[in-house]
Structure formats: structure tokens, C-alpha cells
Design a protein around this ligand. Structure first.
Ligand code: NAD
Length: 791
């Protein structure tokens, strides 16, 4: 046999990772006391436990304490007790603790990796080289944020006690993504790992004991959905950070509505993997393997929809099949294994069920002819072709090793197909033409876009989704904001408008020409669909005029007009800036008239009215100036890649403005949304809508494109509800009574739009703090575009 023949005959031998340390760790613990509360190990008050077993064999690993409501109470109480001292400790003190955690994890890196692979089933190469190192980097990176908190996040304070609920697919990494920023921000946490994978969180709690984390600052409670729900509903928790399925995310959105809890949701995805015909196909195949078969496809951002350009589709799929037949399915503790078992039998059954349904709907599902181990929850990598966009495999998150394939003809079609999903977590774009890739990336509705790469993550770069993939970001500067509360100038309590109360009114004196303000939709003044009007009173209870009584249909038209307006989001930031300056200039030309209107409608003094108009003009000026300054950043993660953290408009933003300071409040909400390139559907103050309708003419001659601002007058509570339920509204800001705010949050679950409410209070719009970055941040999505470089 010559060398070449020997080389070709070479077989992979087994390369097992030793597990004796992990087995000794497992044998040395009493898992019936696995709740880490107030720095001590406790059994569940009920004495209950649940089983965690090994996916590669089905064997029982441990019986772990199963927390109930009483245990969650104890954990929240411990966190609340620890919070004041921890949040008041110096940034340096917190930085030292975070650093100590990171270093201690480094010392036990291998044990973490082996335990993770045993408990979750992921190949040791992944836990050893990706999950654990990234988790460690997260803690060390966030030590820096702890120390620079006051300088980098002025006007913010820690949000308080944080409840965190995580899934089983990246047990340690998700824990790190949650706990590191929370500790850096000065919060105390109660974290619940997923019931399939409790082990590395227990080892992490032991690390906390050794790394000097003060008692009660980190509490880790084990259990299932009930324990999760007890955290979510606990009144002692000020923020919920959840990672998991969109289904549970929606339950949590609803459960926390009206509670005032801050919320971030990192949910599922159906991410596109787009291969253009000029891509380096061999690299793209390798990328695809990583994109969909990493962690058996149990990855929220898995590239589970392959979109490949028509001309190369056949050749590319052929290459993919060859590569698939070389994937090694086997023990997670074998260093040669590419594909381990799924986490549990339920997950295996779910994946099989979805494949069967996809096939029934016309997909052709191909699998390599590889042998599966005889025990454990293994599933072969699967390629589905002939998939129509409506096939279940193209629409649903499978969360398993299944790739759905479609082809496209040109760039527009690729973008359209990629965005044809209710999710919006990630996307990969493969092309040797960086111009094309950077042309496509901003058009993809996804929080993360990888150019010629996939599954790149870093502690410095935010990660999170659009649409039903949730809201909020983890990692980086934007991730820190999730654990901080902005100090906004809270104003008066907003009372609900009396039901059905037509306002006033004594007749007007008949000297003025009768004028009825219409709605303003798509750049035109239009009659309300229902042809009803609402009487508007002066401060003295006389009839000041009438406005259209907007309805569901009017909101629908306004949203359609806002969506159709491309000129505003596509305009350059400088262009938007100039238009907003011009708007301010034109309002200034009519300052006296608006001041008189304010006096007439609200009864404020002439001086106060002039001041409100002046402040409104000033605010427009401010956002005109900020339109081209609140920009993204460039990150340099520890790899040959730059990450562009772009600020994109959220999209169509609904605004429900309050009655107090009706001009300034309206402008203070509308201007930042516009400055960032959003189009707006605004419901002005229900009591004083004439101030907004008087703005039509100013808007009309300020060069604002048709559809960028739409104004629908009417009943705030009703219209807020319509906006909340509308699935083409991306963001909703509501300053109304508490019930309307709560309902808006609860009703937003259709598309999981970003809702910001005042929780039944207004803001003091005249205060300087009622303007600036805190508002702009709510008007954008941060999209991280990863661009590798080098050969
Ligand atoms: P899941 O939603 O079933 O469970 C997630 C966690 O929520 C678990 O800890 C579970 O015990 C808990 N839980 C379940 N019901 C609950 C309830 N009603 N109230 C409170 N807590 C509850 O999800 P899963 O099956 O564990 O994980 C898979 C999902 O996670 C996938 O959809 C995946 O895309 C998503 N995920 C998202 C990201 C991201 O960053 N976007 C990362 C990883 C996983």
C-alpha cells in the first residue's frame, strides 16, 4: 500500500473524551438539594424532584429538586434583600466579582464542557470550543461594563430584581448571556434553567460560591414551566428576561401586561441561508453544515431555510448531499462526532412528526445512508427539497436537523423569500461580491446577518430578533440597557376618558366659520370611514370644533399608508434632518396661532402656551439635529471579522399621545420616531385633538412625504387597541390610562410588536429628560451585520 492508498483507507478511530471527572462530580452531589437560594443549597419546599437523563442513552443522570411557588418566593426575597447593597457597590467591586466568575469558569472549563455534552447531548467539540469559551468571555467582557456603568449609561439605574428563564439548547451560554449583564448593571437575579438541562447551572452556582458573589445576588432555581410561571408572575420581580419558544414568549408577554415589568424576549426563528450564484460554494457548504446541523439544528438562529440561486441550485444541493453523507452521527463525547442526539424523546418525536407532515405537504425529504446508534434520541440530518413557501417545513421552527430548500431567481426574490416568515432572528448571505451582500443585509428583517459565515456570536455584539423572534438584545452595549431603567420624568396619572362621553358642549357663538377637522392619512385629509364626528370643547366647555371619529378601518388605512411610504425610511438621515428642521421652521411661523389654540383648548396662561409651543419647536430642532447622529457602532470581536451594529428604523410606529401638554407631548413622541426613519400612525390627545389637526397644514408644506405621518383622531383607548392588534404595526407607544396601556401590551402578542407605555402615567414633557437618546433607542432596532475579512 502506498502512502496515498493508506491515506484513503484511513478510518476515523474512536476519540472519546474522558468523563470520569464529570461522573465523580455527579456522584458527589445531593441533587435533591439543588436549589441555590440566598447562597445556600436547598430542597424544594414540596420535596419534589424531576429527572434529568442522558440523551445519548436515556439513562437517568440525577433527580433534581423541582421548585414550586414557595421556593420562588424565597429566591425572590433573597434577591430583594441582596439588591440594595449589590446595586450600591462600586462598579469596580462588581467588576472584580464578574472577573472572578470568568476566571473560575476557565479553571473548570473542561468539566463544564463534558457535563454540558452529557446533559444536553451536544458534541463535545461544540461545548468545548464554542459554548463554554463564549460563556466565559461573556463574564469577563461584562466586568468592564460594570466598571464603566456610570459613565457609559448616565441617567440610568439598575432595573432591580430580575427573573430569568432559559431553554435547554445552550444551557450554560444562555445562563451567561442572562446573568453577566444583570450583575454588571447591579441587578440581583433569580434564574431558572430548563428542566432537560439543569446540571451546568448547578456547577455554575458552585462557582458563584467560590468567586465571592454575595449571598442572594445570584439565585438558581430548578424546575419546569410552573416554576417559570411563578417567576414571571411574581410581584417582587422588576424585569423578566426570557429565552425560549415564541409560544411561551407570547404567554409571558400577556402575563406581564400592565405589571410595569421590563421584558426582553429571545424567541424562535426560521432563518434564511441565502447562497448567490457568485458564492464560494465549498465554503457555503461548510457554512451550511454549521448553520443547520450545529447542535443538531436545535439552535434558535439555525439557517433552516436554504435559499439558493436557481443557476447553481442543482450543483449546490449535490455538494450538500455529499457533505451530509460524511457527517458523523454518534456519541456526544466522541471528539469526531458532528451530530449527537436530540435533547429528549419528546423533541425527537416532534421532529419526526414535522418531517412526516412536510412530506405529506409535498416536500421530498432526503437523508444520508448513515447508521444511527442503537440507543439515544438520534436523528439523521435531513434535506427537504420541493418545499413550497407554505409547507410546514418552510414555516415552522423544527428545532432539529432538518433543512428546507427553495430556489430564487434574482436578488429581489431572494429578499422577498427570506422575509417571508413571521420570525426575524438571523440570516446568512453568501456572495463573493461584498457590495451585493451589504446591499441585501439591510433589507433582511433579521436582528443578525452573517455575510459569508454563520453562527458567529460575541459578548460585545448584540443578539436578538425582529417580529415573533422577540425583542431586546443580549450582549454588547444594547444588551446592557435591558437591565437598566432610564430615569424619565414621570408625570401625572392619566384617568380613563368617561365611556362614550361626547365632550361638552355649549354651542359656539356662531361667529367663526364652521370647520371640521378630518383625518390625515397618506398625505391627504380624509373623512373618517364611519362618518361620525367627535365634538371638541374649549377649556370653558364651549364647542371648539369637531374632529373625525376614527375607527378600525381608518387605522387600517393609516397603517397601510405608513407601510407604503418608502420615501421616508429610504431617505438619508441628513435628508430627514433637513425636513424636520423645516417642519420646526414652519411651526415657528405659526407659533402665535398655536399658542392661542392652546389657551383656548386647555385654559393655560398665554405665557405657558407660548412656552409649550416654543418647546415643541425646540424639540423638533433637537431631533432634526439627532437624526444623523444617533448612529450605530462597529465592533471588533476576537476574530477576523468586523461587526456593524446598524441602527434601523423599527418600521411602522403607532403613537397614542396624552392629554397633558397636548402639542408638546404629541411632538415629543412623534419627532424621535420620525427622526430614526419610522413612519407613524398617531392618535393625538382625545380631549385636545385640534392641536394635532392644526398641524396638517404645517406637515403639508414641510416636505414630509405622504404617509410618513398619519393622524387618526378619536377615542384613544379604542384606537390603541386596534393598533395593538394590528400585525403590520412594528412598534407602539401608548401614553393613556393604565387599563389602556395594559391592554395594549396584552393585545400586542399577534406579531410581538415592541410596546412602550407610561403604565397609566404621562411624562412631564417640558423636562429636558423627556427627550433624547432614551426616546431614539425605542425607535430603532439594532441589526448586527458580521463581515469577515482575509483569505
Ligand atoms: P420553551 O419555551 O418550551 O421553554 C423555555 C423555558 O421556559 C424553559 O425553562 C421552560 O421551563 C420555561 N417555560 C415553559 N413554559 C413556561 C411558562 N408558561 N412560563 C414561564 N416559563 C415557562 O422552549 P424550549 O423548548 O426550552 O427551547 C427552545 C426554544 O428556545 C426554541 O424556540 C428556540 O428558538 C428558542 N431559543 C431562542 C434563543 C434566542 O436567543 N432567540 C436562544 C435559544 C433558544
Amino acid at each position: 500500500m502506498n502512502i496515498l492508498e493508506r491515506y484513503h483507507a484511513m478510518e476515523y478511530g474512536p476519540a472519546p473524551e474522558a468523563r470520569n471527572e464529570a461522573d465523580a462530580w455527579l456522584a458527589g452531589r445531593d441533587f435533591s438539594k439543588a436549589l441555590f437560594i440566598d447562597g445556600a443549597w436547598k430542597a424544594a419546599a414540596s420535596g419534589k424532584t424531576f429527572d434529568t437523563s442522558e440523551p445519548s442513552s436515556g439513562k437517568l443522570l440525577a433527580k433534581v429538586s423541582d421548585a414550586g411557588a414557595a421556593d420562588i418566593d424565597a429566591a425572590v426575597a433573597a434577591a430583594a434583600k441582596a439588591l440594595p447593597k449589590w446595586s450600591a457597590s462600586s462598579g469596580y467591586a462588581r467588576a472584580k466579582v464578574l472577573y472572578a466568575i470568568g476566571r473560575a469558569m476557565q479553571r473548570h472549563q473542561r468539566l463544564f464542557a463534558v457535563l454540558e455534552s452529557i446533559d444536553n447531548g451536544k458534541p463535545i467539540r461544540e461545548s468545548r470550543d464554542i459554548d463554554v469559551p463564549l460563556a466565559i468571555r461573556h463574564f469577563i467582557h461584562h466586568a468592564g461594563w460594570a466598571q464603566t456603568l456610570e459613565k457609559d449609561f448616565p441617567d440610568h439605574k439598575p432595573v432591580g430584581v430580575v427573573g430569568q428563564v432559559i431553554p435547554w439548547n445552550f444551557p450554560l451560554l444562555m445562563l451567561a448571556w442572562k446573568i453577566a449583564p444583570a450583575l454588571a448593571a447591579g441587578c440581583a437575579v433569580v434564574l431558572k434553567p430548563a428542566e432537560f438541562t439543569p446540571l451546568t447551572a448547578i456547577l455554575f452556582a458552585e462557582i458563584c460560591e467560590r468567586a465571592g458573589v454575595p449571598k442572594g445576588v445570584v439565585n438558581i432555581v430548578q424546575g419546569g414551566p410552573e416554576a417559570g410561571a411563578a417567576i414571571v408572575n411574581h410581584t417582587g420581580v422588576q424585569k423578566i428576561a426570557f429565552t425560549g419558544s415564541s409560544e411561551v414568549g407570547k404567554i409571558i408577554r400577556k402575563a406581564t401586561a400592565g405589571s410595569g415589568k421590563k421584558l426582553s424576549l429571545e424567541l424562535g426563528g426560521k432563518s434564511a441561508f441565502i447562497v448567490f450564484e457568485d458564492a464560494d460554494l465549498d465554503s457555503a457548504v461548510e457554512g451550511l453544515v454549521d448553520g443547520i446541523w450545529f447542535n443538531q439544528g436545535q439552535v434558535c438562529c439555525a439557517g433552516s431555510r436554504l435559499l439558493v440561486q436557481e443557476g447553481i441550485a442543482e450543483a449546490f444541493i449535490a455538494k450538500v448531499k455529499v457533505r451530509m453523507s460524511r457527517l458523523r452521527v454518534g456519541s456526544p463525547l466522541d471528539k469526531n462526532t458532528d451530530i449527537g442526539p436530540l435533547v429528549d424523546r419528546t423533541q425527537l418525536d416532534r421532529v419526526k412528526g414535522l418531517i412526516a407532515e412536510g412530506a405529506k405537504q409535498g416536500a421530498f425529504c432526503w437523508q444520508p445512508d448513515s447508521a444511527l446508534p442503537t440507543t439515544g434520541y438520534y436523528h439523521l440530518p435531513t434535506l427537504a427539497t420541493g418545499v413550497s413557501p407554505a409547507n410546514i417545513l418552510a414555516e415552522e421552527e423544527v428545532f432539529g436537523p432538518v433543512l428546507a430548500t427553495m430556489s430564487f431567481r434574482n436578488t429581489e426574490e431572494a429578499i422577498e423569500l427570506a422575509n417571508n416568515t413571521r420570525y426575524g432572528l438571523a440570516a446568512s448571505v453568501w456572495s463573493e461580491n461584498v457590495n451585493l451582500a451589504l446591499h441585501v443585509a439591510p433589507q433582511l428583517k433579521a436582528g443578525v446577518v452573517w455575510v459569508n459565515g454563520t453562527n458567529m456570536f460575541d459578548a460585545a455584539c448584540g443578539f436578538g430578533g425582529y417580529r415573533e423572534s422577540g425583542f431586546g438584545r443580549e450582549g454588547g452595549r444594547e444588551g446592557m440597557f435591558e437591565y437598566l431603567a432610564a430615569k424619565l420624568p414621570v408625570g401625572s396619572v392619566i384617568k380613563p376618558a368617561a365611556a362614550g362621553s361626547a365632550q361638552p358642549v355649549e354651542q359656539a357663538d356662531g361667529t367663526a366659520i364652521d370647520r371640521t377637522a378630518k383625518l390625515f392619512i397618506g398625505g391627504k385629509q380624509v373623512r373618517p370611514d364611519g362618518n361620525y364626528s367627535l365634538a371638541v370643547a374649549t377649556a370653558k366647555g364651549k364647542l371648539a370644533g369637531e374632529v373625525g371619529l376614527g375607527s378600525r378601518k381608518d387605522i387600517r388605512d393609516a397603517v397601510a399608508a405608513a407601510r407604503a411610504c418608502k420615501a421616508w425610511p429610504d431617505a438619508t438621515a441628513f435628508n430627514r434632518s433637513q425636513v424636520l428642521y423645516y417642519f420646526a421652521e414652519n411651526l415657528s411661523g405659526r407659533a402665535e396661532e398655536f399658542a392661542a389654540r392652546l389657551v383656548q383648548l386647555t385654559g393655560v396662561t398665554a405665557k405657558a402656551a407660548r412656552e409649550e409651543v416654543e418647546q415643541s419647536i425646540e424639540r423638533l430642532f433637537l431631533y432634526a439635529g439627532l437624526a444623523d447622529k444617533f448612529e450605530g457602532r462597529v465592533h471588533q470581536p476576537p476574530a477576523r471579522v468586523v461587526t456593524l451594529a446598524l441602527h434601523e428604523p423599527a418600521g411602522v410606529v403607532g403613537i397614542v399621545a396624552p392629554d397633558n401638554q397636548p402639542l408638546l407631548g404629541f411632538v415629543s413622541l412623534m419627532a424621535p420616531a420620525l427622526a430614526m426613519g419610522n413612519t407613524v400612525v398617531a392618535v393625538p390627545s382625545e380631549r385636545h385633538p385640534l392641536l394635532a389637526t392644526d398641524l396638517y397644514q404645517v406637515i403639508e408644506y414641510s416636505d414630509i412625504p405622504a404617509g410618513a405621518i398619519n393622524i387618526v383622531t378619536g377615542r384613544s383607548a379604542e384606537l390603541a387597541g386596534v393598533l395593538a392588534k394590528h400585525d403590520d404595526v412594528d412598534g407602539l407607544w401608548v401614553f393613556a390610562d393604565a387599563e389602556t396601556c395594559a391592554k395594549a401590551e396584552a393585545d400586542s402578542i399577534g406579531n410581538l410588536k415592541r410596546v412602550w407605555t407610561g403604565n397609566g402615567r404621562s411624562l412631564d414633557w417640558g423636562s429636558n429628560e423627556a427627550a433624547g437618546e432614551a426616546f431614539l433607542r425605542r425607535a430603532i432596532e439594532v441589526k448586527n451585520v458580521w463581515v469577515p475579512y482575509g483569505d
